[in-house]
Design a protein around this ligand. Structure first.
Ligand code: NAD
Ligand code: UGA
Length: 429
């Protein structure tokens, strides 16, 4: 099939590369000319495991091209995926400016039937609005369909998630669009759920909000664990063996970040409000998430008394491991607070340093955890990169000024740390 993917960010680039790898001819279109120039040259604009190799493979096979022209994308494809950003506006509503601009661009270039698929995460009824917008702009002269095919990939495992999804959701309004999408997804061996547009849009928001709720639930339980002396990791394991609950997304810590959960929880609250329902449960999910940063700072303050003139070593800056994405990373709010209260902050992240430098210029960046910890008054772990699980704690203890270890992601063994003389505090342990 001939496909275009409009917006070559995390979702768009992975979608374009994976469909091309499955044998389709794909155009990756973006309005960002610099990004398209870099992609032409084989330079991937962000870190995602396996993506650079896949892009190289499909570009060499001539199945993936890049363009800044929406006209070219519309002319040369049967199916157009919209994968532009939908960030939060003040107040929490999703900003649909980019989606609307793309729909306008498509309408201006439409000459024959095309299927337009929203893959961006959008509020309910956006699909219907896109359909009305394009119909109005084309005066009803050209046939087209709008479908919703929400994306459930996670950064850091995006290719694996895209290629082996738990389910595929297709929100459609016509038989023709359903057939096209069924054909496109035929090689995927997973349940395929066909719904109307609004239901598909709701499934995406309900899924992200539910996962965020699981995280906030376990973080709330971790607050109780701290007070009663229980270990949250064992509590999560004990709950997780119940197949009705499941162990995934029950890791307590400094809370969720990233470009999706914070904005999508906020957007779902606003969608509910617009529909006349006050989603207090989700308001609490967001509040508990914010509270986790405070809990970590409290643990650190308990150990250091004050932050002024202390040197804090931060291990991990990205909002999660295996990505260089710093959007809404808990590290940003926490480090800002430490700096404001007079601490010096040194930091190490295996992938996110370049992006972190833009957001946190006052931090001293170091190439290894041990250099970061050198002469520091405390080490704080904010991202669960695998390499932190196998830290040489004795070596760490030797280079530090004070043996304080605040484990914001519960990656270390508290007993091993305490046996070496560390003041150790995790989240809910
Ligand atoms: P992103 O910010 O990484 O990328 C968006 C891209 O769209 C940018 O390259 C930007 O230049 C381009 N763009 C903006 N306006 C454009 C226009 N008018 N024409 C052409 N290109 C335009 O965004 P992302 O993280 O890939 O997210 C995209 C959407 O997918 C969002 O709605 C998000 O909620 C959803 N989503 C994201 C993830 C994820 O893990 N990042 C997963 C599932 C769904
Ligand atoms: C999330 C969803 O998992 C994807 O299904 C969805 O497609 C995507 O949002 C989206 O819509 O954009 P992502 O944000 O990439 O994916 O990463 P996650 O693995 O979900 O992690 C999100 C945040 O939750 C991270 O900060 C992570 O550290 C935190 N988290 C996750 C926890 O604090 N505890 C957990 O148990 C799991």
């Amino acid at each position: 099939m001939r496909l275009s993917v409009i917006g070559t960010g995390y979702v768009g680039l992975v979608t374009a590369a994976c469909f091309a790898d499955l044998g389709h001819h794909v155009i990756g279109m973006d309005r960002d000319a610099e990004r398209i120039r870099r992609l032409h040259d084989g330079d991937v604009p962000f870190y995602e495991p396996g993506l650079a190799e896949m892009l190289q493979r499909v570009q060499q096979a001539d199945r993936l091209q890049f363009s800044t022209s929406i006209g070219e994308a519309v002319e040369r494809s049967d199916v157009l995926f919209i994968t532009v950003g939908t960030p939060s506006k003040e107040g929490g509503d999703a900003d649909l400016g980019a989606v609307t601009a793309v729909a306008e661009g498509i309408a201006g270039a439409l000459t024959g039937y095309r299927l337009i698929v929203e893959k961006s995460t959008v509020p309910v009824r956006t699909g219907a609005r896109i359909r009305d917008q394009i119909a109005r702009l084309t005066g009803g002269a050209v046939p087209f369909d709008v479908a919703c095919n929400p994306e459930f990939l996670r950064e850091g495992s995006a290719i694996e998630d895209f290629m082996h999804p738990d389910r595929i959701v297709l929100g459609v309004t016509s038989e023709r669009s359903e057939q096209l999408l069924r054909e496109l997804y035929a090689p995927f061996a997973c349940p395929l759920l066909v719904t109307d547009l609004t239901t598909a849009e709701t499934i995406k928001h309900a899924s992200n909000a539910f996962l965020a709720m699981k995280i906030s639930y376990i973080n709330a339980v971790s607050a109780i664990c701290e007070r009663v002396g229980a270990d949250i990791r064992q509590v999560a394991d004990g709950m997780g063996y119940d197949r009705r609950i499941g162990r995934a997304f029950l890791d307590a810590g400094v809370g969720y970040g990233g470009s999706c959960f914070p904005k999508d929880v906020a957007a779902f609250i606003r969608i509910a409000e617009g529909a006349g329902y006050k989603f207090r449960l989700l308001e609490e999910v967001a509040r508990i998430n914010d509270e986790q940063r405070e809990t970590l700072l409290r643990h650190l303050r308990d150990a250091l008394r004050v932050f002024a003139d202390r040197t804090i070593a931060v291990f991990g800056l990205a909002y999660k491991p295996n990505t260089d994405d710093m959007r809404e990373a808990p590290s940003v709010a926490i480090i800002d607070r430490l700096l404001r209260e007079g601490a010096a902050v040194r930091a190490y992240d295996p992938a996110a340093e370049t992006n972190a430098r833009q957001l946190l210029p006052a931090v001293t960046y170091c190439p290894t955890p041990y250099e970061t910890a050198s002469d520091s008054d405390a080490v704080v772990i904010l991202t669960e990169w695998d390499e932190f699980r196998s830290l040489d704690l004795a070596r760490l203890r030797e280079v530090m000024r004070r043996p304080v270890l605040i484990d914001g992601r519960n990656v270390l063994d508290p007993q091993a740390a305490r046996a070496l003389g560390f003041h150790y505090a995790g989240m809910g342990r």
